[in-house]
Design a protein around this ligand. Structure first.
Ligand SMILES: Cc1cc2nc3c(=O)[nH]c(=O)nc-3n(C[C@H](O)[C@H](O)[C@H](O)COP(=O)(O)OP(=O)(O)OC[C@H]3O[C@@H](n4cnc5c(N)ncnc54)[C@H](O)[C@@H]3O)c2cc1C
Length: 410
């Protein structure tokens, strides 16, 4: 098979599908390649929170821009993605977590985002099943949620209706370049696609795709466990509830993240429309291991119960673990690469890929069209990581990924 496309997007996760969605809407002919099925990678492991992280103003601006896009997407996507806007409580369970909550309120208000503080009594009036031992919380009404596994297929379907070719079961094996270094085509297990633009949205495998054009992309797996309970016939709580500890440590949950023997844990929990309660997540660096561990699940459940004691009476339905694409500075890598004309990177979204997929797709589309981007890409470019000076942890994975993928699917 030989084909041509304006843009080849590699990866049918939430990020690649969002890129395909926006590129296709802009009138470009997109060829979206996914080696398995849509959302088969990290995207299916997400618990679907559309969250505003406030560690840096940049994170907040990206999150806010994406939440605004989500509002329209939720009306336009052809499947029900269970979009809801429950708002989020960030709860201080210890006195020393209160400063993190105050900081969140200040940081969000400084960006003009609604967020206010609730003391213990106000919190209990607002969400009566939160632990009476909580010290207080912030409430941010904009925070939303979706059913993550539906999102990538829904966005890919809109792209298909706009003329995109959806190529599931094809593996990218090689990227060809002109003499001046510009991309000229993509070889897959199904054949060659001639193109002048390639978007690398391969998530955890983006270092492997980067290596095909001589780039070192620092993305490593950061594991997370999620628990889902049985559906309750009543509302145990109405808002998303999160432990303040998650924010206190930059999504790193109590600092135990670089030690391979330990794991970090801070709970974000939400009751879905059908009544099930979803709670995540843990954070650990254990390579590409996705197995679930009983001690980790037990810790996550215990922390959730500390936040909402009535969870003690709720039965667990299932648990899973997934691998977040983690970068050295926790921020995604979005934008063009100077050394390789026509090559764009959209990866490394860590625990925020579901949230940030729409703004990523929009920014990549603006870049491909040569337009001024709606947010400055400078702090998100790959060039912020000098390729000869990556942390050892990242170097190991980048080196391992330098050999091409094996075409087992055809
Ligand atoms: C436990 C957990 C909970 C999370 N919760 C949230 C949350 O509440 N909110 C939030 O915003 N984010 C959350 N996330 C993060 C979010 O899931 C990720 O950031 C996001 O899914 C990354 O999407 P992606 O498209 O970059 O990667 P992926 O979904 O992994 O997609 C990459 C795709 O590329 C394909 N691919 C790779 N190599 C090739 C090749 N050679 N040829 C063809 N295809 C290839 C893969 O098959 C894969 O499908 C969570 C993550 C985890 C693990």
């Amino acid at each position: 098979m030989s084909d041509t496309a304006d843009v080849v997007v590699i990866g049918g996760g939430v990020v690649g599908s969002a890129c395909a969605y926006f590129l296709s809407k802009a009138g470009l002919h997109v060829h979206l390649i996914e080696r398995d099925y849509f959302a088969s990678g990290t995207s299916r492991a997400s618990h679907g929170g559309l969250a505003l992280m406030h560690n840096t103003p940049l994170e907040l601006r990206l999150g806010l821009a994406s939440l605004q896009l989500w509002e329209n997407l939720s009306k336009e996507l052809p499947f029900d993605i269970e979009y809801e806007v429950p708002g989020q409580l960030t709860v201080a369970m210890t006195e020393d977590e209160l400063p993190a909550v105050y900081h969140q309120v200040e940081a969000m208000q400084a960006e003009g985002i609604e967020c206010h503080f609730l003391d213990r009594q106000a919190l209990l009036d607002f969400e009566p099943n939160v632990s009476p031992e909580a010290f207080g919380a912030s409430f941010s009404p904009l925070e939303a949620a979706v059913q993550a596994i539906y999102v990538a297929p829904a966005m890919a379907e809109v792209a298909r209706r706009g003329g995109a070719t959806l190529d599931c079961g094809a593996i990218v094996l090689r990227i060809d370049r002109e003499q001046d270094g510009r991309v000229s085509g993509v070889m897959t297990s199904r054949g060659f696609i001639s193109t002048r633009f390639v978007v690398n949205a391969a998530g955890l495998y983006s270092p492997q795709i980067g290596a095909m054009v001589g780039l070192r992309i620092p993305v490593i797996p950061r594991k997370g466990h999620v628990i889902v309970t049985e559906a309750l016939p009543y509302r145990l709580y109405r808002h998303k509830i999160q432990e303040a500890g998650l924010h206190k440590t930059h999504g790193s949950a109590f600092g135990a993240v670089t030690d391979r023997r330990q794991f970090g844990c801070a709970v974000t929990s939400e009751q879905k429309r059908e009544g099930n309660i979803i709670m995540g997540a843990t954070r650990e660096f254990v390579g590409f291991d996705k197995t679930t561990r009983i001690d980790v699940v037990a810790t996550l459940a215990a922390r959730a119960k500390r936040l909402v004691p009535k969870l003690a009476n709720v039965r667990v339905l299932r648990v899973w673990a997934g691998l977040r694409p983690h970068t050295p500075d926790h921020l995604p890598i979005i934008g063009p690469v100077q050394e390789v004309g026509g090559f764009f990177v959209a990866t490394g979204h860590e625990g925020l890929g579901t949230t940030l997929a729409p703004i990523t797709g929009k920014l990549i589309t603006e870049c491909v069209l040569g337009q001024q981007t709606s947010l400055s890409l400078e702090p998100l470019l790959l060039s912020r990581f000098p390729s000869d000076n990556l942390p050892d942890q990242f170097m190991e994975v980048v080196n391992e990924m330098s050999s091409p993928p094996v075409p087992t699917v055809g």
